[in-house]
Design a protein around this ligand. Structure first.
Ligand code: NAI
Ligand code: MG
Length: 354
C-alpha cells in the first residue's frame, strides 16, 4: 500500500521536526509493505507574510484530493489580532471535518508513576461554534456565547473513543507492556449543572458506548469535569481513554500533557472519516529554533498516531516501541528532558531501533 502524506512544517521548530517525521516513515521496515509519497505543503505565519493567507487554498485542495493523511508541525501566531490572519490548523479542522482531536499522554512503563491515557476531544462544536454577542443593558454590557451540543457529534466522538479503547487493548494483547487491565472509557461532562447540553452529550455517549461492538468489551464510567481534573492530577494512572466535549477536552488535554514533563513528548492527531493529520502538541518554540535541539519525539509519535487512524497499526506499534526504547534507555535525550542530545542524534537513535 502506498500512502500519500502531506507535509506542512509551518514555522520555527516545525521545520526541524517535520523532516524527522518524514525520515521516520521512510525508515519503516519494508516487511510492513508500506510505501510513502510526500507532498510539501505550505501554511503558517511565514506563508501569510509571503502570500497574504496563512492557509493557501492549494494546501486545502491537495490535502482533500491527493492525500491519505498529513503531518503538521507548528505555526507561529501573532499575539495580537492581525488583519487577514487566522490559525491554519483551526481552519483545517473545519474544512476537512476533522471531528476528533486525539491526544495520548504516556510515560515509559518503568516511570515511578506510569501514565498511559488518551484524551479524545470533540473538535467541531460546543462553545467553539464561536457564536458570541455583546449587548448593552441598563446595568452595563452583557456578553453571551452559544454552547451547541449535537447528538450526531456526541455520538461519533464517543464511538471513536470506544474504537480507540479497543485498539489500545489489541496493541496490549500483542505484547506491548501496559499499566491497564482492560479497556476503559471515561465520559466527562458537567450535566449536573448543564442538564440539556452536557446532559445530551452524556446520554448520547452512553448510548454509543452501549453498541454491540463495545457492550461487553469496553468498561464505561463517568466523571464530572471538575473532579476529573482533580483525579487526573491525583491518580493519572487510573485513566485509559477520556472522552469530552470540546472545551473540557481542550483544557484536560493540555493539563494532561503537563503530567509527562515536556511538551516535546506529546503527540496529537486530528481525525476525520478516513483522514488524519498528526500534529505535535507544542508550538513553534521560537526560543530554541535554529539550534537543532528540538525534541522530535512529539512529531514521531504523531506520525505513528496518524498511521493508526489510517489502519496501519503494526507500523504505528513499531514506532511507539522504538520511541519508548529510546526513552527507557535514557542515554540520548534532548535538553528539554535534561539531556544534551541534538534533534539529529535522537532521530538517529530511534531510526536505528526501528
Ligand atoms: P511552544 O510550545 O512553542 O513553547 C513552549 C516551551 O516549550 C518553550 O520553552 C519551548 O522551547 C518548549 N518546547 C516546545 N516544543 C519543544 C520541543 N519539541 N522540544 C523542546 N522544547 C520544546 O509554545 P509558546 O512559546 O507558547 O508559543 C510559541 C509560538 O507557537 C507562538 O507563536 C504560538 O502561537 C505558537 N503555537 C502554535 C501551536 C500550533 O501550531 N499548534 C500550538 C501552540 C503554540
Ligand atoms: Mg489547547
Amino acid at each position: 500500500r502506498t500512502l500519500r502524506i502531506g507535509l506542512i512544517p509551518g514555522d520555527g521548530i516545525g521545520k526541524e521536526v517535520i523532516p524527522a517525521g518524514r525520515r521516520l516513515l521512510e525508515a519503516l521496515p519494508a516487511s510492513l509493505g508500506l510505501k510513502f509519497e510526500f507532498i510539501d505543503l505550505k501554511a503558517g505565519w511565514e506563508t501569510f507574510e509571503q502570500q497574504g493567507v496563512a492557509l493557501p487554498e492549494e494546501t486545502v485542495s491537495i490535502l482533500k484530493s491527493d492525500c491519505d493523511g498529513a503531518l503538521f508541525g507548528a505555526v507561529s501566531s501573532p499575539t495580537t489580532a492581525v488583519k487577514g490572519y487566522s490559525s491554519p490548523i483551526v481552519a483545517l479542522r473545519k474544512k476537512l471535518d476533522l471531528y476528533a482531536n486525539v491526544r495520548p499522554v504516556k510515560t515509559v512503563v518503568s516511570a515511578p508513576k506510569p501514565i498511559d491515557m488518551v484524551i479524545v476531544r470533540e473538535n467541531t462544536e460546543d462553545l467553539y461554534v464561536k457564536e458570541e454577542k455583546t449587548y448593552d443593558t441598563p446595568d452595563g454590557k452583557v456578553a453571551e456565547a452559544i454552547k451547541r451540543i449535537s447528538q450526531r457529534a456526541s455520538s461519533r466522538i464517543a464511538t471513536i473513543a470506544g474504537e480507540i479503547a479497543l485498539r489500545r487493548q489489541k496493541i496490549r494483547a500483542a505484547g506491548a507492556p501496559s499499566i491497564h487491565q482492560g479497556p476503559l472509557v471515561t465520559i466527562t461532562h458537567k450535566s449536573n449543572v448543564l442538564s440539556q447540553t452536557d446532559g445530551l452529550f452524556r446520554v448520547t455517549a452512553r448510548e454509543a458506548l452501549a453498541a454491540p461492538q463495545f457492550k461487553d468489551a469496553v468498561a464505561v464510567e463517568e466523571q464530572i469535569v471538575d473532579s476529573m481534573v482533580y483525579k487526573l492530577f491525583r491518580q493519572p494512572e487510573a485513566y485509559d481513554v477520556i472522552v469530552a466535549p470540546n472545551l473540557y477536552g481542550d483544557i484536560l488535554s493540555d493539563g494532561a500533557a503537563a503530567l509527562v514533563g515536556s511538551l516535546g513528548l506529546v503527540p496529537s492527531a486530528n481525525v476525520g472519516e478516513g483522514f488524519a493529520i498528526g500534529e505535535p502538541c507544542h508550538g513553534s518554540a521560537p526560543d530554541i529554533q535554529g539550534q537543532g535541539i528540538a525534541n522530535p519525539i512529539a512529531t514521531l509519535r504523531s506520525a505513528a498516531l496518524m498511521l493508526e487512524f489510517l489502519n496501519e497499526e503494526a507500523a504505528a506499534a513499531k514506532i511507539y516501541a522504538a520511541v519508548d526504547a529510546n526513552l527507557e534507555e535514557g542515554r540520548l535525550l534532548s535538553p528539554d528532558l535534561g539531556g544534551t542530545a541534538k534533534t539529529e542524534e535522537v532521530v538517529q537513535d530511534i531510526l536505528r531501533r526501528l
